[in-house]
Design a protein around this ligand. Sequence first.
Ligand code: FES
Ligand SMILES: [Fe+2]
Length: 358
Amino acid sequence: MPSWPMNQWYVAAYSSEITHELFGRTICDEPLVFYRTSEGEVVALADRCVHRRYPLSRSHLVDDQVVCGYHGFTYDQRGACVAAPAQKRIPRTARIPTWEVREVDSLIWVWIGDQERADDALIPRAPWLDHPDHTTVRGMEPLKARYQLLVDNLLDLSHETYLHGGYIGTPEVAETPITTEVDDEADVVYVSRHMDDAACPPFYAKSTGIQGRITRWQDIEYHPPCLYLLHSRIAPVGVLPPAEGPDDQAFHVEVVYAITPETEHSTHDFWMVARDFALDDEEVSAFLAENNRTVVLQDVEALDVLEVVVEGEKDRYQELSINIDAGGLAARRILERQVEAGRAEAAAGTPAPAGAST
Ligand code: FES
Ligand SMILES: [Fe+2]
C-alpha cells in the first residue's frame, strides 16, 4: 500500500513542460508519459508499451499518435492500439491505461487512483500563477526523500532562521510564535506567523527595495496532499492592511509548492514565486529565481540526509514535538485520514489497479 493518499489530484508538471513531444515522469510510482495534442489537449498514458514494456517516453509522435520506439505499436490518445507491425488484426487487449489530467493555473494535475472518481471541483487553486497582475518564477528540484519530510519542512518555517540564514531567514522567524487552524471539512491547514518588527532578509530587501525593518507576515495554507501556499506580506514597520480598499502599501509574494511523490523515497519538489510588484523587471525575476532555487536546494540537501537517517532507523526512533510543530502534526493527521479513505475506497471495490483506467 502506498504511503500517499489515493484518489487525489497531484501536480505532474508545469504547463510549459508539456508540448507536442513525449514527456516521461513518474508520479506516485506510476511511470506516465504526457504530451499535448495538436488541439492543445494534454494526454497522460502509461509509459509502458503493451508489447514488451518499452517506455513510450522514448518513442515519438506521429500527428497525435504515439509510435513505440521499439517495434512500432501505435496508440491513439485514448490509449487504444491502432496499428501493429506486420498484421492487420490488432488484439483487443492492445490498450494502455490513460489518466485523467487537467490544466489549471499553469499546472498539469493528474488524478491518482480510481479514474472514475476524478472530480474537477477537488483541484486546489493557485490563481496567481497564471494571472496578469503577478509575475511568477518557478522550478522543480528532485528530492531523494519521502514526500512527508517536505510536508514537515514547509509547515514549520522556523527552520528558515537556521537553514536559510542570509537568504530568507532572520532571528524573528524562529522567535515568533505561530497560530494554527485546521479546517477538517475542507482538509486545509492554516499556519500564521506575523512578525511586527523584523529584520528584512536579503530575499525581500533586494527584490522590493524596502529599507529598514519590516512588518513580515507568513500565512500558510496547505491543501493536503499536494498544494502548499505561503502568502507572504512585506511592508514597512507599522503599515497594516487598510480596513477597506487595496493593500497597496505592502508587497505580496505568493510562494507555492507542489509536493508530488515520485516513489516512496523520492519527491518532485515544484516551487513557484509569484509577486505583485516589479512585474516587468527581469533583474528582480532573475534574483528571485536564483535565490529561491538556492533556498530550495538547501532544503533538498537537508532532507536527502534526513531520508537516509529516517530510513535507516525505521521504527526505532522517537520524535519530540513542540509548539512550532502544530501545523506539521495537523497536516500529518489529515494525510493519514486521506490515506485511510483512499484504502477504504479501494477495498470497497474499485475495479482498476492503482491509477489505471482503460
Ligand atoms: S515494445 Fe513497443 S512495440 Fe514492442
Ligand atoms: Fe526551507
